[in-house]
Design a protein around this ligand. Sequence first.
Ligand SMILES: *Cc1c(COP(=O)(O)O)cnc(C)c1O
Length: 358
Amino acid sequence: MTTLDDLPIRDDLRGRTPYGAPQLDVPVRLNTNENSYPVPEPVVEAIGKALAAELRDLNRYPDRDAVALRADLAAYLGHGLTVDRIWAANGSNEIQQQLLQAFGGPGRTALGFTPAYSMHPLLALGTGTGWIRAVRGVDFGLTADEAVAQVRAHRPDVVFLCSPNNPTGTALDPAVVAAVLAEAPGMVIVDEAYAEFARPGTVSALAVLPDHPRLVVTRTMSKAFGFAGGRLGYLAADPAVVQAVQLVRLPYHLSALTQAAARAALAHRDALLGTVTAIMAQRDRIVAELRARGHRVADSDANFVLFEVGGDQATAWHTLLDAGVLVRDVGLPGWLRVTAGTPAETDAFLAAMEKLPS
Ligand SMILES: *Cc1c(COP(=O)(O)O)cnc(C)c1O
């Protein structure tokens, strides 16, 4: 049998394992920060109609530049954004891959503040971009001084910021974004996958886009919109950044079906985003309840909560799984991450937590 090692694979890919959040068939799945609520029936019907309308024309390539969808996304984001400042792809993962293809690559580096989203270093690896593992400070926070010192030391071509940060959950102080923008010699990507769940008063980096041509804000329909299976992510940036990713994107990367489904979903955004308030209430309930039980818990502006288990997290992860609740072991010693879903899922999670040794 041929193994990977027998193939003339790139040296930098040898011995690597693929991204692999377990997709296990358990009653309560709270491990990938999906929206637990299914797509509402009227939206299912609208998406079905939109897809049906495309079928006859599938002999033709789709709009390469997805202009109508990008205009809809600009209208959703507000901030005076226009279609030339928006780009869309199959998930914000593909957006970030395209950004690294354009601004990273062999001989260049990208830097992120760990613990953060595990896909950022994997996207760097796949695009041949050197990865610089910078660190967060006390209680997983990140101050402007800590961020600037590490950017100054490494002078990366791309800086990843994540706000609200995955897996810790807390949004960044806008002063950190401003300080990094002032110091960074290259592009600054602010991954705002969870922006819709942020606590009141949280400021999006979208607000400072007009002043910063090297700033890119990435967003996704995978979380708040409950559209993870639809695969639609996007960015907002200077029009020149959109022109840069158009140099590296595959032609027709976004299928006619994806574009139509995403447009129908956006047209029903009130129905889809209607679950956000309920999810935020479960998030706040998990934080409060775990703190009341004596756990250390990170502040969360997202639809998940990072909590200390009081012992080995891999053992705790198995205990919760045995109780029918799948959470995420992000490899942080002593900590686990749980997605906030429905009230019943929170009940099941909190009940399963009673099984951990105290
Ligand atoms: C879930 C998540 C995404 C979403 O990726 P998609 O490709 O849009 O599904 C992006 N960034 C972070 C930090 C995430 O946690």
